[in-house]
Design a protein around this ligand. Structure first.
Ligand code: SF4
Ligand code: SF4
Length: 370
């Protein structure tokens, strides 16, 4: 049975401010094992697309960075880029976006803020994978170079996985562009011409020209679409649809990638899910709606499956926020499945497959930290 730690969202006391909460996590035996003098430690965060405004504040990462450095670990801060042509499409945009969002490489992170697969998004290697789908997957060289990993997730709804948490970050965040394309290959994108206003907002996000044109003259060519999802994230009219048949397999390949990434770690990993500003969109969208549940705190574990299952349960049991999408969808009550209502998905299938692949367990003990 996994230990899952919970730090409550509400704080009414100077002794329980954010810095103290991070201190509590640093005192856990599971974390102490990873923060070791002279051992490299990657702290993974979610670098948001420019326009997404509910991202986790840089103070969380500068605090973790400084605390782990003070204990002698060779810490660095990292995340992957996007497949679509947004602000994180290559390392140059990635670095600019980080700077715009308050992540300053030089001063805050001692120049140790870097894209996981380098400036090209292709620095990595192909490794054999286990499971039903993937023969191998291309993993960022950074992941295989570091000793230990702390994955800090901004929890949100996810249009394909139900939940963006530890597993999504592990399975998608450390792949090269080639690796990510392999995961997306089974997704089929449909352009719904009857819903399309031909506004062209999606066009700049498309890396292949599959959706192209100008206002009033938009064309979609499924043959050149690589299913990067850029147009889905950008479209304000729900004119882009993912064929649902491919979604369970996508959830499974994310798990298989996460399994390979986990297996390539030289040391261990710890997962911190922040249930703070839980929006209906992931940090990959170029906008963010208001959160749909209150800030519920921090869920943390060395078991990514337990962390995500505890996170999903907490969202399920929380009331929704009046005025948010939870009210629009009539799921304000405790116990109503907000993730399914918002995304059409739940993380259950993904987590069950992750259990089958022995990535972790949905059986856990919830321990409250102060
Ligand atoms: S049309 Fe295809 S390749 Fe272009 S943005 Fe949409 S999903 Fe990506
Ligand atoms: S953003 Fe949506 S509505 Fe606008 S052109 Fe693209 S698919 Fe059509």
């Amino acid at each position: 049975m996994a230990n899952v730690y919970w730090i409550k969202g509400r704080t009414e006391d100077i002794r329980r401010n954010l810095i103290s909460q991070l201190d509590s996590l640093m005192q856990l035996e599971e974390v102490k094992r990873l923060v070791v003098p002279n051992a490299s430690l990657a702290i993974k965060f979610n670098l948001s697309e420019i326009g997404y405004s509910h991202y986790l504040p840089p103070i969380i990462f500068s605090t973790l960075f400084e605390k782990t450095r003070a204990l002698g670990a060779a810490s660095l801060l990292t995340d992957g880029g996007s497949l679509f042509k947004g602000s994180r499409f290559d390392g140059y945009g990635w670095a600019d976006g980080a700077s715009m969002q308050g992540f300053s490489s030089g001063e805050m992170f001692h120049q140790q803020l870097m894209p996981a697969s380098g400036y090209t998004q292709e620095e990595g290697n192909l490794w054999p994978a286990e499971g039903k789908h993937l023969a191998g997957i291309d993993i960022s060289s950074m992941l295989t170079d570091v000793s230990n990993l702390i994955v800090v997730c901004h929890v949100t709804a996810h249009p394909l996985l139900g939940l963006s948490g530890a597993l999504a970050n592990l399975g998608l965040g450390f792949l090269t562009r080639t690796g990510k394309l392999k995961l997306h290959a089974g997704l089929k994108i449909q352009h719904l011409a009857d819903r399309c206003h031909e506004c062209d907002l999606c066009v700049p996000f498309c890396p292949t020209g599959a959706v192209a044109g100008e206002p009033g003259k938009i064309a979609f060519d499924a043959r050149t679409c690589n299913s990067c999802l850029g147009c889905l994230f950008a479209c304000p009219n729900a004119a882009i649809r993912i064929q649902p048949e491919g979604i369970p397999d996508f959830q499974e390949v994310v798990v298989e990638a996460a399994h390979t990434v986990h297996g390539k770690l030289r040391g261990g990993a710890f997962y911190i899910n922040f249930l703070r500003s839980v929006t209906p969109q992931t940090d990959e969208y170029p906008f963010s709606d208001i959160p749909f549940v209150p800030d519920l705190g921090i869920i943390a574990s060395d078991d990514p499956v337990a962390a995500d299952w505890a996170t999903a349960q907490m969202i399920l049991r929380s009331p929704g926020i009046p005025g948010s999408i939870a009210q629009d969808l009539d799921v304000l009550e405790k116990g109503q499945d907000k993730l399914r209502a918002i995304t059409g998905q739940t993380p259950e299938h993904m987590l069950a497959y992750a259990e089958e692949m022995k990535l972790g367990s949905r059986t856990f003990e919830l321990l409250t930290c102060s």
